[in-house]
Design a protein around this ligand. Structure first.
Ligand code: AMP
Length: 404
């Protein structure tokens, strides 16, 4: 793969697209989770250790979309200055800050940057041209550096100016940072080189969000576990009574098609045989286990039941490759966390026995962290939407722009 390891940065200015889109405390604007900054430090250190300089560009939030009540941009909340102290601390270098990502100041500061120094540019998304993938804007950014490095996997599925378009101005001086390289390598381990049996665990609320990935996975996996709220659309499609469980009635036919497709390909599609049902969407609601053949009116499935959890765990434990995307139930509420917890325990056990397990961002990563299994899985992706699109079989613009 074309990574920073292939380039000697001595005397060069690396223009690095990082993902410093970190969560901030609403009141203090302090960073509440610095994982994304931490992740990219080895890439930056490699450039600095070579004798290069780093010019960092990132977005933070959606400044032009999330306006203040008076209709103006909330600069205080969206300035990348909010990340400056943390970047300096983690890097062990006093990072300079350019108050605009293009223009005279940025140009001057970039030009004066010396070997071993780091400059952080202001939020790229203060310009609508960034998300539009505007070529002239990308060219202005490109002029600031000698080599383009993309280390922002979280935005790799976007053809933005700084994530994809800019690469054309560096035909012979572009590469991936370590975060990107690691994400791609781990995703490929699952999607291209899986040891068998390969089990995908899918869940979460909405089938419509996951249909594409389910379709693509059916061509690759041995077992496809479907839990969480989205299982009920599949159950209803098969004629079950699902009470007031989540259901997307306009997707019933597609669910049936998927079931047939799995059958035709010899893929085991596993749906839960029972649920924990509740009489309201609340941790305080009445709840009980219930066979999925018949969920009474007024009750909704908020977790897979004990039989399904045990069955799923058995399949997971016998797997050699595991991809997990989406919780088995409403794991945020203690009465409905058991299905997700049982799956997490099984994934950890399989991993201990030599399986490769990849946890795909968002809620699944949150669940694994909540139950304390972060260190007992093979890899937790930082990618969310980008990872999902990769598994849907799409070419991600951020990857294509550099080339593998
Ligand atoms: P998604 O964003 O589609 O991956 O959905 C994640 C959310 O699905 C989590 O916040 C879960 O609480 C929720 N969820 C999982 N199972 C259920 C269920 N049976 N009913 C309602 N919500 C669910």
């Amino acid at each position: 793969m074309n990574t920073v390891d292939n380039i000697n940065f001595a005397g060069k200015k690396a223009l690095v697209r990082v993902d410093f889109n970190v969560p901030l405390d609403k009141k203090t604007l302090q960073i509440t989770d610095d994982a994304r900054i931490r992740a990219t430090i080895p890439t930056l250190k490699k450039i600095l250790n070579d004798g290069g300089a780093c010019i960092l560009m990132s977005h933070l939030g959606r400044p032009l979309k999330k306006l203040k009540d008076d209709g103006t941009v909330d600069f205080e909340k969206h300035t990348l200055k909010n990340t400056l102290a943390k970047v300096s601390e983690l890097l062990g270098v006093e990072v300079k800050f350019a108050p605009d990502c293009i223009g005279a100041d940025a140009t001057k500061m970039a030009a004066e940057l010396k070997s071993g120094e780091v400059l952080l540019l202001e939020n790229l998304r203060y310009y609508k041209e960034e998300e539009k993938g505007d070529e002239a804007f990308a060219e202005k950014l490109a002029k600031l550096g000698d080599v383009y490095v993309n280390d922002a996997f979280g935005t790799a599925h976007r053809a933005h100016a700084s994530t994809a378009v800019i690469a054309k101005f560096f035909p012979n001086a572009k590469c991936f940072g370590y975060v990107m390289a690691r994400e791609i390598a781990n995703a490929d381990k699952v999607i291209k080189h899986a040891d068998r049996p390969f089990t995908a665990i899918t869940g979460g609320a909405k089938v419509s969000d996951k249909l594409l990935i389910l379709e693509n996975l059916i061509d690759k996996v041995d077992n496809l576990i479907i839990g969480g709220g989205m299982a009920y659309t599949f159950l209803k499609a098969q004629g079950f009574e699902i009470g007031s469980s989540l259901c997307e009635d306009d997707r019933l036919d597609l669910c049936l098609e998927l079931i047939k497709k799995a059958e035709a390909k010899g893929v085991k599609l596993l749906l839960p045989e029972d649920s924990i049902v509740a009489d309201a969407f609340s941790n305080e609601a009445n709840y009980k286990p219930c066979n999925n053949q018949l969920i009474e009116k007024g009750w909704m499935g908020l977790d897979i039941g004990p039989k399904a959890a045990a069955h799923f765990a058995e399949v997971i434990k016998a797997s050699k490759t595991i991809l997990w995307n989406g919780p088995m139930g409403v794991f945020e509420m203690t009465h409905f966390e058991n299905g997700t917890k049982t799956a997490a325990v099984a994934v950890a056990e399989a991993t201990k026995n030599g399986a490769f397990s990849l946890i795909g961002g968002g809620d699944s990563a949150a669940a694994v962290a909540q139950f304390g299994f972060e260190d007992q899985v093979s890899y937790i992706s930082t990618g969310g939407g980008a990872l999902l699109e990769y598994f849907e079989g799409k070419t991600l613009p951020g990857i294509a722009a550099i080339g593998l």
